[in-house]
Design a protein. Sequence first.
Length: 119
Amino acid sequence: MNKKIIKKSYITFIIIFIILLFSLMVIIFKDNTNKDITKELTECIGDNSILFVNIGCPHCITQKELFGEYVEYLNIIDCIKDTQDCVDSNIARVPSWIINGKKINGILEIKELRKETGC
């Protein structure tokens, strides 16, 4: 067999392998929505907590995206729009949560929010 044909076949195989691997990764990681999120759970979390954010904060966006279509049921305060509320609550960075009087900084997963809020 010609060495050029073998080399082309080898390169073709590697390219196809990389494409398949990339496709598999996209399929696995594409659906990062949390299937445990429901309207009722989000309402419960919203009733028992306050989420402090800033417009444009990438971590705040990530936190809100965790709730998907139910984000509207959270109790959210934007520290740019409602600066005094954040000052009064001693919020120095966002995202931050106040849950049952306890301040927690950073992005919280649903499991943590359930535990903290009792939902």
